[in-house]
Design a binder for this molecule. Structure first.
Ligand code: GTP
Length: 596
């Protein structure tokens, strides 16, 4: 297909604003999917995606659409909607010339959409504003069209109104994509440059790599080179998703399709990398590839210690399809053998632990999420700390923590409550803008460590669910942080160590000590529970002693009864962890960590 007949676009939308439903309608209208094969959310393949109604991995689909007797190829590139996956979003955007900005006509634009809109504008994409769900009685297209026009410039009348549900306005939208989105531009006889915008692991086909051709062409059976590593592979298959895979002889300038090279691991075919011809490689790769960086770390432990090998195997398998996942073994006094796992953010953490539970049937404990701290000690060494229990001993010169720029969008009535919350989390206001008379965008700089700790839940409950949040990294800052340890009879319980701001050390310490006092059964001796910063005790609780001599009940009589009791006690001990002389049922640790 000549580039003049190609249109590459994506849809920018907030979760639930109807992207998948609209995509379904487009597939139907363009005849890409037979009526009888149509099912809801055709493009969301992962079970978890379907259940939660979120899109995790991006997908591309090729459709045909005729305007005035001319046939056009429309490549729709689906983008993930969540902050944790913003790197994937920016790669998907880079593969397009245009973007549909899809906004729920009853809700208006949300923080996440705004962030992605700015990304699209930075990439010089042509924006087609669209209000969706106009069939809803609560829809207020007049008002939100004005809001959108304010944001991106242009006329409120220019904002299209559609319903993905009824199909109303969708044909006009396809026409407008053809009319407004620029055709791709590239050099046909140059060495190939194809940008990888997605890479997925498929149990049957191995790694399937989605690319956008920028220059030159790639042919089936030729050798290709990955420009970030120089590794070469044979192209076993090349083709397009329409939306089912259709093999082709090759792909040329402006086209979007998939490659299969037989690699077994998505890390060999990385999002953001450039693919070129091995026989005639391009000199410059496309816009720089950056390694996705884990932002949040947590310890993952099997509840049943004998599941440790299964956990390792499961993580190895997940890694084949998730290039951003990384982990290394760690051990904990309280929890035994497990792994320290790095995630892109909290949703990523949730998705991974959920998949481990569901797809691999593993029962897991996760420790409180921690961000990455840089700790400078007296000898001027800088330690990167992803696990509070590995906080360096001795005198600390400086602790640095990651900062983010958080954008919060909400109705103006909640501004006071949001400011209060952000300030209690050490945020400082950068700016506040009215999007319209009713809605405000607040920008804060805030420590990431304060956000990973239930910030979103509090934001939602203080705004009755109306606020939306997005954040992006904004460097680091030095802060007065300390490590709080929790001691049981003088012994540290590693899983409960936390790095917190000094003003919050006391409340963290008392909260954990109290929680543990309620959860740990009495022993035959008194057990102090203490919270400490270094050698300084900041809080204390006591579990009083009981006399728990099971044999005393037998009055020295019946021997077999004695033996039975002893055996019973031994069994009970299996699930006990020893911290010094103190026996703690594992459930107590789990309950204390989960906070309920
Ligand atoms: P993510 O995949 O999470 O990004 O969500 P999405 O944006 O793809 O939303 P989805 O298409 O799953 O739609 C979210 C909800 O809105 C579903 O309950 C849809 O049935 C409903 N919905 C989507 N489009 C319309 C529409 O045009 N009108 C009405 N009334 N409801 C719609």
């Amino acid at each position: 297909t000549p580039p003049a007949r190609i249109r590459n676009f994506c849809i920018i939308a907030h979760i639930d604003h109807g992207k998948s439903t609209l995509a379904d309608r487009m597939l139907q209208l363009t005849g890409s999917v037979e009526e009888r094969e149509m099912r809801a959310q055709y493009l969301d393949r992962m079970d978890i995606e379907r259940e939660r109604g979120i899109t995790i991995k991006s997908q591309a689909v090729r459709m045909q659409w005729g305007v005035d007797g001319e046939e056009f190829i429309l490549n729709m590139i689906d983008t993930p909607g969540h902050v944790d996956f913003s790197y994937e979003v920016s790669r998907s955007l880079a593969a397009c010339e245009g973007a549909i900005l899809l906004v729920d006509a009853a809700q208006g634009i949300e923080a996440q959409t705004l962030a992605n809109l700015y990304l699209a504008l930075e990439n010089d994409l042509e924006i087609i504003p669209v209000l969706n769900k106009i069939d809803l009685p609560a829809a207020d297209p007049q008002r939100f069209a004005g809001e959108i026009a304010n944001l991106i410039g242009g006329d409120a009348e220019d904002v299209l109104r559609v319903s993905g549900k009824t199909g109303m306005g969708v044909e006009a939208l396809l026409d407008r994509v053809v009319e407004r989105v620029p055709a791709p531009v590239g050099v046909e006889d140059a060495p190939a440059r194809a940008m990888i915008f997605d890479s997925v692991y498929d149990a049957y086909r191995g790694v399937v790599t989605y690319v956008r051709m920028v220059d030159g062409n790639l042919r089936s059976r030729e050798r290709v080179e990955m420009m970030s590593t120089g590794a070469t592979h044979e192209l076993l298959e090349i083709g397009v998703s329409a939306p089912e895979p259709v093999a082709a002889k090759g792909l040329g300038v402006g086209e979007v399709g998939y490659l299969i090279t037989g690699v077994k691991d998505v890390r060999q075919s990385k999002v953001g990398d450039t693919v070129t011809n091995a026989s005639r490689p391009a000199t410059d790769a496309l816009a720089g590839y950056t390694e996705p960086k884990p932002m949040v770390f947590s310890g993952l432990y099997p509840i049943d210690a004998s599941d440790y090998p299964e956990l390792r195997e499961a993580l190895d398998k997940l890694k084949l399809s998730d290039a951003a996942l990384n982990y290394e073994p760690e051990t904990s006094v309280a929890l035994g053998f497990g792994f320290r796992v790095g995630f892109l953010g909290l949703l990523h953490l949730e998705i991974v632990t959920e998949r481990l539970r569901r797809e691999f049937d593993l029962d897991l404990i996760t420790t409180a999420p921690s961000v990455v701290y840089e700790v400078t000690t007296e000898d001027n060494a800088v330690h990167t700390v992803t696990n509070p229990s590995e906080y360096p001993e001795g005198r600390i010169i400086e602790v640095r923590e990651p900062l983010v720029r958080a954008a919060i969008l909400a109705p103006k009535d909640y501004v006071g409550k949001i400011m209060e919350l952000c300030e209690s989390r050490r945020g400082s206001l950068i700016s506040m803008d009215y999007l319209s008379e009713e809605r405000v965008e607040l920008r804060y700089s805030m420590p990431l460590g304060e956000i990973v700790f239930d910030f979103f839940d509090h934001l939602k409950s203080r705004t009755q669910g109306y606020a939306s949040l997005d954040y992006e990294p904004m460097g680091e800052q030095a802060a007065e942080l300390v490590k709080v340890d929790i001691l049981l009879q003088g012994e540290k319980v590693d899983a409960f160590s936390a790095i917190v701001h000094k003003d919050k050390a006391y409340s963290y310490g008392t909260m954990m000590a109290e929680r543990l006092r309620k959860l740990i059964p009495r022993q035959q001796f008194e057990v102090p529970i203490q919270a400490a910063i270094g050698a300084r005790i900041i809080a204390r609780e006591t579990i009083r002693a009981i006399r728990k001599d099971v044999l005393a009940k037998c009055y020295g009589g019946d021997i077999s009864r004695k033996r039975k009791l002893l055996e019973k006690q031994k069994e009970g001990k299996k699930r006990m962890k020893m911290v010094g002389r103190v026996e703690v049922p594992q459930e107590a640790f789990i309950a204390a960590l989960s906070g309920d």
